[in-house]
Design a protein around this ligand. Structure first.
Ligand code: ROI
Length: 160
């Protein structure tokens, strides 16, 4: 059994509702159990000219293989109307495997930890709601260090 963290984001078609549907789908995934969900956070897109994003992080406990989980997440994205028009384009739903237990994964389709999670406030602050205070990434960096280097600026935590 491994603890898995999933980053969720949406900036189209009622983003908060997209995240709620995704959480429901995650809760029903075979081979995993939903262990927690952060609050929802709004922020401007890192790319100008896109609608604001709503982001959150979910924790799963699972026994399935990383690539099987990736396939399942892509099915959920597609079921919720994700259209892959342009890389970095606006999307109804983005589900990223942030962390998979304490193992780094380096496959053509899947790099874990997610390559920019340590720089993104909309990932780090919701993740911090779900982990112990002394939490470390596989490379030994602590979440506290990453948060200290990544100001909360521009994030809006939505009321539950
Ligand atoms: N910006 C925010 N705030 N949240 C995201 O999830 C997000 N995802 C992206 C880009 C376009 C980089 N910007 C984002 O893919």
């Amino acid at each position: 059994m491994e603890r898995i963290y999933i980053g969720m984001g949406s900036n189209l078609a009622a983003p908060a509702q997209q995240l709620r549907s995704a959480i429901d789908a995650l809760a029903h995934l075979p081979g995993t159990a939903l262990a927690g969900v952060s609050a929802f956070y709004q922020s401007d897109s890192l790319l100008p000219g896109q609608p604001r994003y709503t982001n959150a992080v979910a924790a799963l406990d699972g026994t399935l293989a990383p690539l099987a989980l990736l396939d399942a997440l892509q099915t959920i994205e597609n079921d919720q109307g994700r259209e892959r028009v342009e890389r970095w384009g606006p999307r109804t739903l983005d589900l990223d495997i942030l962390l998979f237990g304490d193992r780094p994964i380096d496959e053509p389709r899947l790099k874990v930890p997610h390559y920019q999670m340590h720089l993104r406030a909309f990932v780090l602050y919701p993740l911090a709601e779900l982990v112990p205070a002394d939490f470390q990434l596989p490379d030994g960096q602590t979440l506290s260090e990453l948060l200290a280097a990544c100001p909360f600026v521009g994030l809006e935590r939505l009321p539950l």
